[in-house]
Design a protein around this ligand. Sequence first.
Ligand code: CMP
Length: 581
Amino acid sequence: MHQEVSLLATVAIGFVFAAVFGYLADRLRLPPLVGYLVAGIMMGPYTPGIVADSGLASQLAEMGVILLMFGVGLHFSASDLLAVRGVAVPGALGRILLATLLGIGLCSLWGWGLGAGIVFGLSLSVASTVVLLKALEEHNQVDSVNGRVTVGWLIVEDLAMVLALVLLPAFSGVLGGNADVAAGEAGGLAITLTIGITLLKVGAFTVMAIYFGPKVVPWILTLVARTGSPELFTLSVLAVALGIAFGSAEIFGVSFALGAFVAGVVMSESHLSHRAAADSLPLQNAFAVLFFVSVGMLFDPYVIIRDPLAVAAVLALIIFGKSLIGFLIVVLLRFPIAMGLSVAAGLAQIGEFSFILASLGVSLGLLPREGQDLILAGAILSITVNPLVLLGGDWLQKAVRRKWPSLFEQYGKSKHDALCRELERIRKISDERNRQHQLEMQQLIGTFPMFAQVDENSQEELLLLFRPKVASPGERVIRIGDRGDGMYFISSGAVEVQLEDDPVRLQAGSFFGEMALLSGGRRTADVIAVDFCQFLVLERRDFNVFMSKHPALRAAVSDMAKERKAMNVSRRKRKKSLDAT
Ligand code: CMP
């Protein structure tokens, strides 16, 4: 008996089923994602028992795709994309074209029209981001050259699909679908207008992403990181990712996933990106699971029994047809055989974009419902056997290397080496940026050992809170009787605290200005620079917030202040008694 369930129940049942079947799959030595897909099938309308809300599940799945694309963006710089464009752009576009032609051919065998063929072919031509990324992560390949090429290829595919999604309604009338949608009835002029507007919007989106994103996003993150609140930071990371994804979908008409990817790329410019990545990872994983569950839910397993030949043909097109095309394009572009095989195997499945395209095709009256079922069957089967395809790819690589060692090593070597050099150069730049940051942290702790007692995140927070300040010899840094506005840490140079007639000299590594901040009163002495000085200043408000979170540090600073005060009192007494005698 079927039972309808709500959002909370969908999430709860989704997680419970996914955990159980994921575990079982693991015990059977299958990848856990097969378990998640089975969990989805069990929760779907085609199997007896519970029926979760597939509409809700697919929205939750979209969250998974968004977070995942955001995660990829965080590890991917715009320069990486540019570096792999030589193979990714012609490869992705060429493969979409050829795979779509194959799809059209298959559909014409079944007697379907051109419109159905185009939707069907396009749906089969685009690989699944979620599956590919999970596989790359599992094999530790995200940062490898072949991994970068595959991800770049996938991004180009996704971009092309964004365009296809926008253009499909405009062309549906011409292709024999419902003409009442969008510009259908208005004919050529309206189509040109739609294309123009789409390109304009995508252009505006790119300009925003390139010029404003890298300025605004790291600034927001720094601002929030300075508050020192970990949950506010995680929240802001999610807000930026989802906000940009949603905003770009609403304003520029690009997909959520692409918006999120761009949010990630933009955020990767900030040195806080590794923290953002770590913070968003658990959510990413959880929602990626829901993605697989929701795919399972949409699937009607009886299509395999109803139409085994068609399913087999679709699967063959996805796994063999697409792979062969991908491999040939890479090799024809004179890149190595290993790269061709790894790109081919990595992208030998279909996923989220395929479902979106298929359901759009059905709603436009272009694709028969049977076509959508076949696409889903193709997706679920190709995702399930993907680990095997990857193993097959590895095996083929070894076989080719054994049989034709010199061809394997030499073919495409020069282009490969050039690409490696370019990627290496980009990596060096970002490593250098990280190293600089690391160095700053080390210097901070080297100069002020007291900060070694706070954790790394707080040290980073301190770096953000400190305001640099310089002073020349003879300059008064603090005036006695003023209100305390900040605490000073001496990075280099020296100062003298003017105490009666016997000044105290403070060197690099010392601090001053803490007394007025702790007491809330006035400055107790003049402080004069006696050398060229560099200070790190912690302003009053930041001082209060930071110290309240680190009581041990506060105690150390206040002990020092007490010691100094006692020293000053005894000096004053001594001076008085000297004056009296
Ligand atoms: P504050 O009173 O805010 O401004 C003057 C600073 O001089 C004071 O904080 C201390 O940091 C510093 N200071 C005062 N007395 C001494 C001392 N005896 N030795 C070193 N530094 C001192």
